[in-house]
Design a binder for this molecule. Structure first.
Ligand SMILES: Nc1nc2c(ncn2[C@@H]2O[C@H](COP(=O)(O)OP(=O)(O)OP(=O)(O)O)[C@@H](O)[C@H]2O)c(=O)[nH]1
Ligand SMILES: [Mg+2]
Length: 324
């Protein structure tokens, strides 16, 4: 199936033309360059060996763990591929490589869901630990939706951190979308309520809500998110339509565990992996898909508003193995 066909129907911000789909591919490919040139390059090179030996599989396993695929995910993955190779009687390393490739795609596709974006406004809640890249992701999403002809409003729901609202306002100006904000110390619930009203009265297609990554020690972040969700529901019963969990690719397995706790406590619908451009350990995407059990929907590929790619499992694995 062509990339365009795969991406088509993945929401109102999916590519509308083959050329647009290609920009997502180029960004994913560029952002995974460090991973491709290090661990996955070495894996690809191992498959150029003359024969499939136990040692070769051990080396591959070690490289996958080093690339942050995670010990459990790696062990299960290699076990499955070895079993498939044995059953199919495969002797050619190149064929085994294809099986590993396909199995890796399968891991990433396992939790994929059809995306339904028919509600107006489509309400997106963005959550994640502090510094993960939530606010930047929101700016990128706003830019992407705007570019697709959608009318967007942002809600500065992080009223805890000093300058958080200003950061979102600055992004709003840069991107060219309105931001509902009450500054530091305001009630996030009131901000969200007002933004929902603004979205309805100004005929917005999409509302994207920023949230705090950290609160006072005595305030439970998860309870706050539940409260926000209830306020949103008072305005629109089936919202939020998307809850995107933002995970920093550079935080390693520890970051995945932290995110897992987050996902367990909030109804996350998908994951955005940020800072893929800043790591050689892009294998983290597999650990995330396995541990969080949600589809990866976006990848952050840099600090600019255009540095966002819609995730596609096949494209991602192709990029890691160095196929264009
Ligand atoms: N290289 C790179 N940097 C990124 C990416 N996404 C975010 N960043 C940087 O990461 C830092 C933190 O990003 P924010 O968007 O402020 O993170 P946050 O989750 O909103 O943080 P808090 O509001 O403190 O919870 C900023 O310096 C961003 O420029 C990315 O995809 N690539
Ligand atoms: Mg923020």
């Amino acid at each position: 199936m062509s990339l365009f066909k795969r991406l088509f129907g993945r929401g109102i911000d999916a590519p509308r033309t083959a050329a647009e789909a290609n920009t997502d591919v180029v960004k994913l490919s560029t952002a995974t360059e460090r991973t491709r040139k290090s661990f996955f390059g070495q894996i690809a090179a191992l498959f150029e060996s003359a024969a499939l030996s136990a040692e070769l599989w051990d080396d591959i396993e070690a490289l996958l763990v080093q690339a942050d695929v995670g010990v459990t995910t790696t062990t299960n993955l290699v076990k499955r591929v070895k079993e498939q190779v044995r059953r199919a009687g495969i002797k050619e390393p190149a064929e085994a490589r294809q099986m590993l490739h396909d199995e890796m795609v399968r891991i990433l596709q396992e939790h994929e869901l059809p995306i339904n974006q028919t509600a107006k406004p489509h309400v997106v809640l963005v959550v994640g630990v502090n510094g993960a890249g939530k606010t930047t992701l929101i700016a990128k999403l706003a830019h992407r939706y705007l570019d697709r002809g959608q009318k967007v409003v942002l809600a500065a729901g992080d009223t805890f951190r000093a300058a958080a609202a200003e950061q979102l306002e600055t992004w709003g100006q840069r991107v060219g979308v309105p931001v509902v904000s009450r500054g530091q110390g305001g009630d996030p619930g009131a901000v969200v309520y007002e933004a929902m009203e603004v979205a309805t009265t100004t005929d917005c297609d999409v509302i994207i809500i920023d949230t705090a990554g950290r609160l006072h020690a005595k305030v439970n972040l998860m309870q706050e998110l539940t409260k926000l969700r209830n306020i949103i529901r008072r305005k629109m019963a089936d919202a939020p339509h998307e809850v995107i969990l933002v995970i920093d690719a550079t935080t390693g397995q520890n970051g995945v565990l932290q995110a897992k706790a987050f996902a367990a406590a909030s109804d996350v619908t998908s994951v955005a992996i940020t800072k893929m451009d800043g790591t050689a350990k892009g294998g983290i995407a597999f650990a995330i898909a396995q541990e969080i059990q949600r589809p990866v929907r976006y990848v952050g590929t840099g600090e600019k508003m255009t540095d966002l790619a819609l995730f596609d499992a096949t494209t991602f694995v192709d990029a890691l193995f160095g196929r264009e």
